[in-house]
Design a protein around this ligand. Structure first.
Ligand code: TIU
Length: 230
């Protein structure tokens, strides 16, 4: 049995498993000044650190011919998919739908809502637009995973304790084997990232596993290699 070296113990990759990489919300709205993350009062610069590692992990998935699912948190221009409770939240000077320097905040199609160019999806990769924090709520995520027989999800992106963790918990409850990639996720709050990684893998992996991108790539290459010789 091939496995990724992970915490709290090995993340097994049976020959029959189908693995996808999930890249959550690597959007200008969270990474750059003038976007949603900034409007909420966060230090957006600290999310940049994971970009090169995530590029390497994405390149590995592409090289191995494995699927990548990108998500974007966004709302329709008329905000009809934004619950009033979400719209009211934050109490900053700017909120969802307001005009910012990169266009309307957290609105689909605006410049600031796009994925950062370094991590742009390639043609043929899945791109999911989501109105909530989790990738399953009001999206085609469940259908895509079912149609492609996906069983294992490696989960990355921003922010660790908000959209990444919500998605991982949603996926775990639906029966997917989930691993959060430690150096491909980041938070505005380092202590929240650390706590999230700990709580995911506590209690024998109550929500799933964590591992580094290098550990994931090593395991995935061995798994693909084993599939080729069997
Ligand atoms: N505010 C915050 O940390 N995150 C979000 O609002 N969305 C995501 O995590 N993508």
């Amino acid at each position: 049995m091939v496995a990724i070296s992970a915490l709290p113990y090995e993340y097994e990759l049976p020959a029959s498993s189908h693995v996808a990489l999930v890249v959550i919300d690597m959007q200008r709205d969270f990474m750059e000044l003038g976007g949603f993350g900034d409007a909420l009062g966060n230090d957006v610069g600290r999310l940049q650190a994971i970009v090169p590692t995530l590029q390497q992990l994405m390149a590995g998935f592409r090289e191995l011919g494995l699927p990548i699912i990108h998500t974007l948190e966004c709302h329709l221009p008329d905000l009809s998919d934004c619950p009033p409770a979400k719209l009211k939240r934050g109490k900053g000077a700017m909120t969802i739908g307001d005009q910012g320097p990169m266009g309307r905040i957290l609105v689909k199609g605006e410049a600031g809502n796009g994925i950062i160019p370094e991590l742009a999806p390639l043609p043929g990769e899945f791109v999911i637009h989501k109105p909530g924090k989790g990738a399953f709520y009001a999206t085609e995520m469940a259908t895509i995973l079912q149609e492609h027989n996906i069983t294992h999800l490696l989960i990355t992106g921003v922010t660790t304790e908000v959209c990444v963790q919500t998605t991982m918990r949603e996926a775990n409850d639906r029966g997917y084997e989930c691993l959060m990639v430690e150096d491909c996720t980041e938070s505005y709050f380092p202590e929240f990232k650390a706590s999230t990684l700990e709580m995911v893998r506590a209690q024998g992996g109550i929500v799933g596993w964590t591992a580094t991108a290098a550990q994931c790539l090593e395991g995935l290459r061995a798994w693909k290699g084993a599939a080729l010789v069997s």
